[in-house]
Write a protein that binds this ligand. Structure first.
Ligand SMILES: NC(=O)c1ccc[n+]([C@@H]2O[C@H](COP(=O)([O-])OP(=O)(O)OC[C@H]3O[C@@H](n4cnc5c(N)ncnc54)[C@H](O)[C@@H]3O)[C@@H](O)[C@H]2O)c1
Ligand SMILES: O=C(O)[C@H](O)COP(=O)(O)O
Length: 386
């Protein structure tokens, strides 16, 4: 029986897809697969049994991707599966930042006992007047699954939308509305936009991208929306910019000891992906990815190994070798199999940065000695016989 451990609550719509060959286990030490949302794996010691981790969601900064790759553990995420949920929350945040909806609601609560509230509201309401988003400039930083949806929706709401993403994928570029203006300059976004929304992953290259210098370039009264990760913003600089009035509102989905105390920050409790639809989508995609990898060795939507798909296993044996992306690996791997008299009927080799993957359909099953020889090749990280 294959064992899967859930580090967070994972939608039953996903775990119900696990076939009769699988069972959920509370004991991570016997797991072949881990399903996770935002729980951190950085301190975890991985059991030898562990083949794959699937993040039911987008951000993978809670997972040590390189350490996993070194141990031959493939990490997946579920691109786009929660994008609509985040887009809708960003639209809500744009409204909350532009109209004093929260102030107005609080006024109604505070004045609930006023018998004349129906009259007094007409005087009081001027304190809660706002502005419209139509015609305002929105800068979208990161045009992946979420950024593209936000950009398109806001263009549809009549905003003038500027998009910045030097690494945009062809797929994401196809998704973009022609109304979204492309800019290659982050400074243009900082200097021109009334609203700036972040949709990039937390990487060394993106951490602190909204810093003092960026904030100083921005228009007075700008609104910054952060539904990506708190690490993207230098929060001391943000607190100063809010206090001085440079930034009107900092809309963030990431409460921490700094953001919750900032005057002018409107903080939500990391609920961007917390909709029934998004939780189901992410769980279903994560479970399918992990099962396809365990059963067929196929890799789809990995964030630390290359994509590789040889379809459903039909031969007597399929061998998967996870290895370093260095010279002479294919020669040595196929040499070992040839030495054992095994014919390879089909094979794929793919690489991604430091790591590579060789998947082979064989006409006979390699014995333990051959598998040991494959494992002994310098640079081989894991060998699986399926
Ligand atoms: N609040 C939430 O609950 C929630 C939910 C989902 C995702 N997220 C966060 O949002 C991030 C984006 O999610 P996604 O699904 O759109 O991911 P994605 O991978 O589809 O898109 C990320 C985009 O950022 C771009 N990018 C990378 N570095 C950049 C840089 N320096 N400047 C500009 N663009 C850059 C990439 O090219 C890519 O197009 C996730 O990594 C995650 O941290 C938060
Ligand atoms: O990166 C993500 O997908 C989001 O931050 C959602 O995280 P969650 O699954 O913990 O809600």
């Amino acid at each position: 029986m294959r064992k899967i451990h859930c580090l967070n609550a994972i939608s039953k719509h996903g775990t119900d897809l696990l076939t009769a060959d699988y069972e959920l286990t509370d004991n991570v030490k016997e797991a072949e697969g881990i399903l996770v949302r935002s729980a951190s794996l950085h301190e975890m010691e991985f059991p030898n049994s562990l083949l794959a981790v699937a993040r039911a969601g987008a951000g993978v900064n809670n997972i040590p991707l390189d350490a996993c790759a070194q141990e031959g553990i493939v990490v997946f995420n579920t691109p786009g599966a929660n994008a609509n949920a985040v887009k809708e929350l960003v639209i809500g945040a744009l409204m909350l930042a532009s109209r004093d909806i929260l102030g107005g609601i609080n006024w109604c609560i505070d004045n609930a006992e006023d018998a004349n509230i129906a009259k007094s509201v007409e005087k009081a309401k001027k304190a809660f007047a706002g502005c419209e988003i139509r015609g305002k400039k929105l800068g979208v930083i990161g045009l992946g699954a979420i950024g593209a949806e936000v950009a398109n929706a806001c263009a549809g709401l009549g905003m003038e939308v500027y998009g910045y993403d030097p690494f945009i994928s062809v797929q994401a570029a196809w998704m973009l509305s022609r109304d979204v203006k492309h800019t290659t300059s982050l400074d243009t976004i900082f200097q021109e936009c009334d609203y700036i929304t972040l949709h990039v992953p937390a990487l060394d290259s993106t951490k602190g991208m909204i810093n003092k210098n960026a904030l100083e370039q921005m228009k007075d009264g700008v609104v910054v929306l952060n539904f990506a990760r708190d690490l993207l913003v230098d929060e001391d600089a943000m607190a100063e910019a809010l206090a001085s009035g440079k930034v009107k509102h900092y809309m963030t989905d990431f409460p921490n000891t700094k953001s919750v105390h900032m005057k002018g920050a409107i903080v939500t409790p990391h609920i961007g992906a917390s909709t029934a639809e998004s939780e189901d989508n992410c769980a279903k995609m994560a479970v399918k990815e992990i099962m396809d990898y365990i059963e067929n060795g196929n890799i789809r939507n990995s964030v630390n190994y290359p994509a590789c798909d040889m379809g459903v296993k039909k031969t007597v044996a399929r061998v998967a070798v996870l290895h370093l992306n260095i010279p002479n690996m294919i020669g040595q791997i196929t040499g070992v199999l040839a030495g054992g008299g095994i014919n390879i009927s089909d094979m794929t080799n793919k690489s991604r940065d430091k790591y590579a993957y060789t998947l082979m359909d064989l006409e006979s099953v390699p014995d333990d000695i051959l598998v040991q020889k494959l494992n002994a090749i310098q640079g081989v990280l894991r060998v699986r016989v399926l």
